[in-house]
Design a protein around this ligand. Structure first.
Ligand code: GH3
Ligand code: MG
Ligand code: MG
Ligand code: MG
Length: 319
């Protein structure tokens, strides 16, 4: 019989009796499957590792380790790898307690010898059905896992800029503060706000405003680009930079870098009182080593300094 490649199974047949192995192998071969033969449980385990069969058909009573031992070994391997290979026992022993013992050892089915070819074929179909269902379930679990990750990402990120959102910022700032306290390392928080942005929207339209905010996000990311730095969109046209391991001197340099980068990018602002391009005002606060500050206090201090920058004439950083 010719099977298409997905239907063709690699089947490990384990039996110490060569004639049983031969006749089972013959039936499977006639059905179009590929057969691997082992004369002992220990040898079967080696062949299993080498060939990763789709199904194991195993005798129970064999010299040395028996078929139940083999099933237990396979299940132990699978537990570590999240795999599953159907194991069907074939035995002349048909005692109920022995059958139950085989299933408990990890067997999926138990056939009494001599195994009828039609029954064998039907049992293989049943195992294939289970394998297909399991594969579907795994795919679904994977999909759910990815969807869950995406939901988590969406909950903490801003759709317009791809930066952290307010919630993401709060979580991140708490975490960064804890880490800096433990490492006795300074952390700087920068809060900045686009100058005269209402006028930008009023002049160029809301959609141009959105584009502008995206570009502001990109520019800020260029400035805060160390691996531990993070940038958030704090509100409408307000942004926050969390800069672990950054002392006051580093913060001042960073503020200068922001001003310089925005000067260089020269995003045109047709209605600003302070420049012909988009500018930012900002507040800088540094939590020094040994100082304990919570996220809320730090944000409130940065906001006050930002307000001061606005009243001092905008396009500047205070802190
Ligand atoms: P200031 O220099 O004092 O900061 O003046 P401003 O006009 O920037 O500040 P104000 O708070 O008066 O206005 C902020 C504007 O930001 C108003 C609002 O329309 C705009 N804005 C907030 N969120 C968005 C957004 O998602 N997209 C766009 N296009 N505009 C936004
Ligand atoms: Mg035997
Ligand atoms: Mg604002
Ligand atoms: Mg503003």
């Amino acid at each position: 019989m010719s099977l298409n490649p997905e239907q063709r199974l690699r089947i490990l047949v384990v039996d110490d009796d060569e004639s049983v192995r031969g006749s089972v192998a013959y039936v499977l071969d006639q059905l179009g499957h590929q057969v691997i033969e082992a004369s002992s449980a220990a040898w079967a385990l080696e062949l299993f590792d080498r060939h990763q069969p789709h199904v194991v058909l195993s005798d129970v009573v064999m010299p040395g380790e028996d078929g139940y031992w083999l099933a237990r070994q396979l299940r132990a391997r699978e537990a570590a790898q999240e795999g599953w290979t159907p194991v069907i026992f074939m035995s002349t022993v048909s005692e109920a307690t022995r059958v139950a013992e085989g299933i408990a050892a990890g067997g999926d089915d138990y056939l009494t010898k001599p195994v009828h070819p039609v029954v064998l074929e039907a049992k293989l179909h049943a195992m294939e059905r289970l394998r297909a269902m399991r594969a579907q379930l795994l795919a679904l679990t994977q999909e759910l896992h990815l969807a869950n990750l995406e939901l988590k990402r969406q909950a903490s990120h801003d759709a317009l800029t791809g930066l952290l959102n307010r919630r993401g910022l709060d979580d991140h700032l708490d975490e960064a503060l804890r880490l800096c306290a433990r490492m006795r390392s300074p952390l700087t928080l920068v809060l900045c706000d686009v100058d005269f942005f209402k006028r930008y929207n009023d002049t160029l339209g809301h959609s141009a405003g959105d584009d502008c905010l995206r570009q502001v996000g990109t520019l800020l990311r260029q400035v805060a680009r160390r691996p531990l730095d993070s940038v958030a969109r704090f509100g409408g046209e307000e942004f926050a930079l969390i800069l672990p391991d950054t002392p006051r001197s580093g913060a001042r340099m960073l503020a200068q870098a922001i001003t310089r980068v925005f000067q260089g990018a020269a995003l045109p602002h047709p209605a600003s009182d302070v420049a012909t391009h988009i500018t930012l005002s900002g507040g800088l606060v540094t939590c020094d080593p040994g100082e304990t500050a919570d996220a809320g206090t730090l944000l409130a201090r940065a906001d006050e300094l930002l307000y001061r920058a606005k009243t001092l004439g905008r396009n500047q950083f205070v802190g």
